[in-house]
Design a protein around this ligand. Structure first.
Ligand code: NAD
Length: 343
């Protein structure tokens, strides 16, 4: 295993790791509050620079997410540059596990885009610094969806004073792990759901299972609804889509929903209440960190429920300071990180 340090200002440590067909970048943005946690992405990156940009951006995001979720954890991320054809998937993830182990616990990994059931188990064969093992907390999507649901309740209360989502209409973009579980929560709470997925069969299956209306994937953001919940890709809130939105609140599970930072201001100008994505979708990392620390599942569940209170705090700060909610969230996270750092 070859480890090469890459000095990046603002990041505590960035490492390039290689071993045979295994080639990855691991970024530790901050360990001020605890070990840097963040998933492993397996992706056909165009170049090492492309992978570096991705892990830097994502690891920084994880620092903010962990801080605002009240966790004793920092932010990290790794990206494995997927070879054209993976000769031995188990060996690839065991090699990654050895790289993670070499960081001595400063970085703790989990699943992410491109990984699948069993990959974390292979990492777990060579290091203890991994969460999401199939024998432990497993798929985080239902916990993430629960947190998004709690975030939505807080946003609805902030906007209208209403208690709950009964009778409200929610447009859910993406019917994967998070979207499907969110629709289940919404229907159980008496909300109406409108769903879409680029995989039409998935949308149909969720609609049939829980009772929901299906619309075209390219029209879901234009649906007349009380809440729009992006649960698919990043960058869905942008200069092209924002003028077409017809929901008063945005609360969803997707990462990096704003394409550009100005998009947060664009939403505010239109009077649309945006729940910052990383506050709403912290359910997965909360569960992972509790698994890592060996804390009871009930404690993790209580912290996921408390996403409601964090969202309420963010929205209040935004209103009081006259700033968009994503800026208020960043401020609250930065205050917590700064308080943890020695002067
Ligand atoms: P997933 O892959 O299970 O589901 C995503 C779904 O979105 C798929 O069904 C896909 O077909 C659909 N989709 C893709 N592009 C679309 C489009 N343009 N319009 C409509 N549908 C589209 O992923 P997931 O685990 O449900 O995660 C969803 C989002 O939430 C991602 O952005 C992910 O990074 C984020 N997230 C997930 C978790 C988690 O616990 N799984 C935690 C935090 C954040």
């Amino acid at each position: 295993m070859q480890l090469r340090e890459i000095g990046v200002p603002g990041w505590e440590r960035v490492v390039e790791a290689r071993d045979g067909e295994y080639h990855a970048l691991i970024a530790l943005h901050s360990t001020a509050l605890g070990p840097a946690v963040g998933g492993t992405r397996l992706w056909r990156y165009d170049s090492v620079d492309d992978a570096l940009r991705d892990v830097l951006r994502l690891s920084r995001g994880m620092t903010y997410k962990s801080a605002l979720a009240g966790l004793d954890a920092g932010g990290g991320k790794s990206g494995i540059l997927a070879p054209g054809r993976i000769a031995d998937r188990a060996a690839l993830f065991r090699a990654h596990g050895r790289a993670v182990e070499a960081l001595g616990g400063a970085y703790v990994t989990a699943d992410d885009v491109g990984t699948r059931a069993g990959d974390m188990d292979r990492i777990g064969e060579v290091t203890a610094h991994v969460v999401g093992l199939s024998a432990r907390s497993g798929d985080p999507s239902p916990r993430t969806a629960r947190g998004v649901f709690r975030a939505m309740i807080a946003a609805v209360r902030h906007r209208s004073g209403a208690d709950g989502v009964r009778g409200l209409r929610v447009a859910v973009q993406g019917c994967g792990g998070v979207g499907r579980a969110l629709v289940a929560e919404l229907r159980a709470a008496g909300a109406e759901a409108v769903v879409a997925d680029v995989d039409a069969a998935r949308a149909q299956a969720v609609a049939a299972e829980f009772g929901a209306q299906v619309v075209d994937a390219d029209a879901i953001h234009t649906v007349e609804a009380d809440v729009f919940a992006p649960c698919a890709l990043g960058g869905v809130l942008n200069a092209d889509t924002i003028p077409a939105l017809r929901a008063g609140i945005i609360a969803g599970g997707a990462n990096n929903q704003l394409r550009d930072p100005e998009d947060g201001a664009r939403l505010a100008e239109r009077g649309i209440l945006y729940v910052p994505d990383y506050v709403a979708n912290a359910g997965g990392v909360i569960t992972g960190v509790h698994e890592l620390r060996g804390r009871p599942a009930a404690e993790a569940a209580a912290r996921v429920e408390a996403i409601h209170d964090t969202v309420a705090r963010v929205l209040r700060r935004a209103e009081d300071a006259g700033i968009p909610p994503h800026e208020a969230a960043d401020q609250l996270a930065e205050e917590r990180i700064a308080a943890a750092r020695p002067a």
